[in-house]
Structures are given as C-alpha cells and as structure tokens.
Design a protein around this ligand. Structure first.
Ligand SMILES: [Zn+2]
Ligand SMILES: [Zn+2]
Length: 418
C-alpha cells in the first residue's frame, strides 16, 4: 500500500513538472486585458506558417470508445494548405468536425490498417461531408493485404456496397460526385517506399507487425520536417530504423496488462497478449523512443484518466525506458511543429459545431440519376402538412432564386400560395 502511494506521489510530481514545463506562459498585465500564451489552441484563428505542420489528435482511445476518447485518428495540417487524415477510427469524426474545417479540405485519408478502431468513422466523413457541402470525392490511401479480400480496395468496394442504400438515395437527392471514393492501394511490404508525392509533400510507408499482414506506419516529409504516424504495431525493426531522428513520432503505447484485466474487463490471458504481443506497451514504447531519439514523442491508443493511479502507472511504465520529450495524447491535443519548436497545446472547441463554407460550392442534383422511390410510396405523401410549409419555402425560393428548381410543382398535392 505504502509503495503504491509512493508511486502515485512520484507520478503526480512528474506529471506536474511536465505541465509546468509545457503549460501556459505570458503574464496578464491588466484585469481587463488579454491573456497571452495560454496552453490552448482555438481552431480557425491561427494562420499556419508555410514551413509548419499542425497535428490534431482526433482520436486516441480504444475500440471501446468513451465520450472523452474516440478511436485512433490524427489530422495533419500543412503550411502549403494540404490536410491529411491519418486513420479515422470510430467516433473520431465528432472531433474532426469540432475543428470547423470546410469539408472541401477534408478529402484525403490514409489508413494504417483496417481494424474498425482505425477506419470505423469513414462513413461519418463520407456521408456527413456529403450532406455538409463537400463538392468532390474522397481519396483513400491504404495497404493491400496478403490476399485481395484483406486489402483496402476490397474494403472500400464493400464499404460502398454495404452503404448502397445510403449512396443511391443521396446520389439522387444531393448530387453523386461527393459520394465517390478513389482508392490508392499500395504494397504493405514496401519499406520506406514513397506512396504519395505531390505539392512538396512526400509520404512513405513502413510495414507494421499487428495481428495479420497489411498494417503499416506512415512517414510524412514536408518543409524539411519528418513526422511519423505509427498505426498499430508491436515493436518492429523497420520503425526503429526509419523513424530515427524524426521531428515528431506518434506511436501507440498500450496500458499495462493489469489495467486491461481490471478496468478493461479483459480475460487475463488476453490482457497480456493484447498489450504486449500484438501491440506496444509503455516500456516497449519507451525503449523504441530512447533508441530513435525523436525531437518529440507522442504516445496514444490508451484509455487514460489523468490524476489517477492508472494514469501514473502508464506514465511511469514509459518513463522506465525513456526520459525525452513526451506527450501522452488525449483527444484534441495539438502540436505545432517547425524547425525551431514543437509546441503542445489543447484545442478548445465548441460542442456545437456547424459546417463551415469554403471556396467551392457543391453542384445541384444531377439530371438522369435514378430515383430510388416508387410511385406507391410517393402516393402516401400527405398534402396538408406539406402545404403548411409553403410560406417558409416561398421565402427560401425567392431569397435564393430557385424558381426553376421548385420541386413542389410536380406534386399532386401542391396548392400554391395565392
Ligand atoms: Zn489494430
Ligand atoms: Zn488500434
């Protein structure tokens, strides 16, 4: 008991030291003045420098999501205007949306592997962006598998098939182009091979070792910076070799087996394999980081409750083998990376975000797309309630000059306002 209390106090002191080091600076010089240099980032208020990368953790948790932590997702924003989503795990779209970035810029997704906690919210980006003004298709980069049915192209083909009803109905009612997905599948065995090169950005992939063939990690090179996004992997030689000396390295670090067996409700025989055979635990993460010595290390993929014994156990397990710069990621943690500094902050977002317009407009419905609704179902439309909206719809028609698109004219129940 005394020992665990000691660990708790030591852990808290270490955590506090980190907070003091990275925390808010600046001085408030007047009670009516502003507060400079808080430990916060307000999305949409800072222009990104040309030679800078901003990374937002939009999911840091586990397949069993919690309100505070969605499954794996990291948004990369580059100074040249490019944005890349690295994994889009279940629940993560709510965090992405809270940043209020126009959907026209959220079109490129890189998948490390096809566990749902790494791509389970693709449907929310696909359909949600479609309804919120995205004018263009999505593009997805992901690994092939050992066989065709284990690859990204197969997954997306069947994703679209599973979502066929959604797709057909939105194609008719909205417009078809934004529902399309272009897949760029690449060989998962490629070591440090270029899978994307455009607009001064190079992205490479590395094989990962995780439950089956296919998983990869990504290396992003831009403006002389090198940032690594590690998908799920147990410690692997390719990562250690090619992530060496990178600026920022994001890598999974699982909770200790005792936490899975107690708080995580896992059978004990699973707990010590999940953490430590097909994933990377805290001490293993630390060993990797002290070997590759990045400017800054980021640990994620763990449910964490700051200030608890569980958190301290996790933190201390990493610190056993690594004493360099470290972030224990949680949802909406943000890093600005440039040559001079790597700055960790938390994004402050609204819980009630709306879609924001960009520069491009979504086209209107496309003629010739088949109508998925039968005359029988249409014959059930109850006119009195439809006509009760006419004042509101007339105003909308006049405001936006939609006279030639008045869908009511084809309806048998339509009674125009005199
Ligand atoms: Zn996985
Ligand atoms: Zn995972």
């Amino acid at each position: 008991m005394a020992r665990s209390l000691g660990t708790l106090v030591a852990g808290s002191a270490a955590t506090l030291a980190v907070i003091l080091l990275l925390g808010a600076g600046g001085k408030v010089t007047s009670p009516t003045g502003t507060a400079p240099d808080r430990y916060v980032y307000y999305p949409g208020t800072e222009e990104l420098a040309k030679d800078e990368i901003r990374i937002v953790a939009c999911g840091t948790g586990m397949p069993d999501q919690r309100l505070a932590q969605a499954s794996a997702c990291f948004l990369f924003e580059l100074g040249n205007g490019d944005k890349f989503i690295f994994d889009i795990g279940s629940g993560s779209m709510r965090n992405i949306a809270s940043l209020m970035i126009p959907y026209q810029y959220l079109t490129r997704v890189f998948l490390s592997h096809l566990h749902t906690d790494h791509w389970g919210d693709l449907d929310s980006l696909w359909a949600g962006g479609w309804t919120a003004g995205r004018p263009v298709p999505l593009e997805i980069w992901g690994p092939a598998g050992q066989t065709e049915d284990m690859g990204t192209a197969y997954a997306i083909e069947h994703f679209l098939k599973a979502n066929n009803w959604d797709k057909k109905t939105r194609e008719f009612k909205i417009t078809p182009i934004p529902g399309q997905i272009t897949v760029h599948e690449f060989d998962y065995k490629g070591v440090n091979e270029v899978i994307y090169q455009e607009n001064s950005v190079t992205i490479r992939s590395l094989p990962a070792i995780h439950t089956g063939d296919g998983p990869v990690s990504f290396i992003v090179e831009y403006a002389g910076l090198k940032v690594i996004f590690g998908g799920d992997t147990s410690p692997n030689k390719w990562f250690v070799e090619h992530a060496k000396g990178a600026d920022l390295v994001i890598h999974e670090a699982f909770n200790p087996p005792s936490v899975f067996a107690t708080l995580g409700n896992q059978p004990a025989q699973l707990a010590w394999r999940a953490c430590c055979e097909f994933h990377t635990s805290g001490p293993a993460f630390g060993k990797i980081m002290s070997t590759i010595a990045p400017r800054h290390a980021v640990a994620y993929h763990a449910l964490l409750d700051k200030g608890t014994e569980q958190y301290n156990l996790y933190y201390d397990s990493i610190r056993k083998t690594y004493d360099g710069p470290l972030s224990i990621a949680t949802d909406l943690m943000v890093w600005n990376v440039n040559k001079d500094e790597i700055r960790e902050r938390m994004a402050v977002v609204t819980r009630n975000a709306w879609a924001v317009p960009g520069t491009a407009r979504q086209p209107p419905p496309q003629p010739g797309v088949p109508d998925p609704m039968s005359d029988f179902i249409k014959s059930g439309e109850w006119g009195p309630a439809f006509n009760a909206q006419n004042d509101m719809l007339d105003r909308h028609r006049d405001r936006y000059n939609l006279q030639d698109q008045d869908w009511r004219k084809q309806k048998p129940w339509y009674k125009p306002t005199e």
